[in-house]
Design a protein around this ligand. Structure first.
Ligand SMILES: Nc1ncnc2c1ncn2[C@@H]1O[C@H](COP(=O)(O)OP(=O)(O)O)[C@@H](O)[C@H]1O
Ligand SMILES: [Mg+2]
Length: 434
């Protein structure tokens, strides 16, 4: 880990200053790019993206908080962004400087009127894990091992102004128009704001865990409301390893399949039965165990997506096998989902139909088979390649306005994340009707 931070650039002015700097540098990179182009020199779009991404990343990781969470989210949407951005943003998931002991103690005093050493039998002053808007400490109480997530001070208060600051830069860098992307940004902002409310996370974590009790090979932490607030969350310390460490132990194919199946069933059950999803399936949020016969610990209910009934039905219909072979059915569903419009010119309509048919065929593939082998990396590679193709498509690039329901943002993110995890795990899954 890096040196602990003893202060955060939380004042509006300090944050604005950092952003102004980034905005300026991003602008400068573009000017250099176009200047070079004007004189015919070589300056690839790729190198421009890399320079901007590095610049943005440096600023974002110093700012922490909500902005870093945006970066994390973008990192997950690898298929939606030029590769250079994704690579830079991916760093955000692992390298954030931790808060010092005194700041942690202050957070406890503010919340409980007591220090963590008074509250618990034992409390480690150094965080075991740094995360996006918090860090996780190890503690003991009455013989129990606990995980205590402490939110970075000031995050919740500054999230709105962060978004206001980052928005124009993001819009400019990605060449989007504010009014047209408003519903999508609002959807993301809502999730980000919810994520700062650990009371909500506690409630959702308890509820989803209770409803998933019948599922096999899953483990959830018990939460302790008496040691939790909106900014501090206390739960059992779950044993297990993150995906990379787990894979380094060379787990058997059988164990990998079993854990992969648990992961798949967890998501299918949430989607089909609960209409509510743990919408952050990145490797940091799962702990795997071979020693326990192959189980999956699920963490972090900070980002949960409630799926409205009509959106659920639409998503199911879109992925149904008959949809992508039936032009009329596909067109009707796409119109319902806001992708196609009555006013579209025939060429535009054909473009969206073609794009969506290819996408649905690929994304829906695991659902259309009784079993699916994510161990074949070709599938995920094809998904990323499709994302890159769509990003590079000259006709689609002209469409400056995104289309489709904003509810699909987190649904897509969840399934792309889930598929990526299963691919890395190399699991073969029974994907058919559960
Ligand atoms: N109950 C727990 N048991 C063990 N480790 C945990 C637990 N909760 C969190 N962690 C560790 O802390 C990291 C960050 O926690 P998480 O809840 O995912 O935070 P964030 O919401 O900021 O992403 C996790 O990736 C995991 O390594
Ligand atoms: Mg997490």
């Amino acid at each position: 880990m890096d040196e602990p931070q003893t202060s955060l650039p939380t004042t509006k002015v300090a944050r604005a200053a950092r952003f102004a700097k980034t905005g300026f540098n991003v602008g400068t990179n573009y000017i250099k790019h176009y200047a070079k182009k004007a004189v015919g020199a070589e300056s690839t779009t790729e190198s421009l993206h890399a320079a901007n991404a590095a610049e943005l990343y440096g600023t974002l990781s110093e700012m922490k908080g909500s902005v870093l969470k945006v970066a994390q989210m973008l990192a997950m949407e690898k298929n939606m962004l030029p590769t250079a951005y994704a690579d830079q943003f991916a760093k955000a998931q692992y390298s954030t400087p931790p808060l010092s002991g005194p700041l942690v103690t202050k957070a406890f005093r503010d919340a409980f009127g007591k220090s963590p050493y008074q509250l618990f039998d034992e409390f480690e002053p150094e965080a075991r894990q740094a995360a996006s808007i918090g860090q996780v400490h190890f503690a003991r109480k009455d013989g129990k091992e606990l995980a205590v997530k402490v939110q970075y001070p000031g995050v919740a208060d500054s999230i709105k102004s962060d978004i206001r600051l980052v928005k124009p830069i993001a819009l400019r860098v990605m060449g989007l128009n504010e009014a047209q992307v408003r519903p999508y940004l609002e959807e993301v902002e809502t999730r980000l704001l919810e994520e700062t409310d650990y009371k909500l996370e506690l409630r959702r974590g308890q509820e989803i865990a209770a409803k998933c009790q019948e599922l096999h090979n899953l483990e959830f932490a018990t939460y302790y409301p008496e040691f939790s607030t909106a900014r501090i969350l206390t739960m059992d310390w779950l044993p297990g390893q993150h995906l990379k460490e787990f894979l380094a132990t060379n787990p058997s194919q059988e164990i990998r399949n079993q854990i992969g199946q648990a992961l798949w069933d967890f998501y299918q059950f949430q989607f089909n039965e609960l209409h509510q999803l743990h919408a952050d399936p990145h490797p940091g949020n799962f702990l795997m165990r071979a020693d326990h016969g192959g189980t999956l610990g699920v963490l972090d209910f900070g980002c949960v997506k409630d799926v409205p009934m009509d959106v659920y039905q639409l998503f199911k219909d879109l992925l149904a096998p008959e949809t992508f072979t039936d032009e009329n059915r596909l067109a009707a569903l796409l119109t319902q989902g806001g992708v196609l419009r009555a006013t579209d010119a025939p060429a535009m309509r054909a473009l969206y139909m073609r794009t969506m048919r290819v996408s649905l065929e690929l994304v829906g593939r695991p659902f259309r088979q009784a079993t699916f082998d994510f161990g074949d990396p070709a599938y995920m590679a094809a998904l990323y390649a499709l994302g890159d193709d769509l990003m590079a498509d000259p006709e689609l690039r002209k469409q400056r306005e995104p289309r489709g329901s904003e509810h699909f943002i987190y649904l897509n993110r969840t399934y792309v994340g889930l598929f990526a995890l299963l691919t890395e795990l190399g699991a073969s899954i029974q994907t058919g009707i559960m």
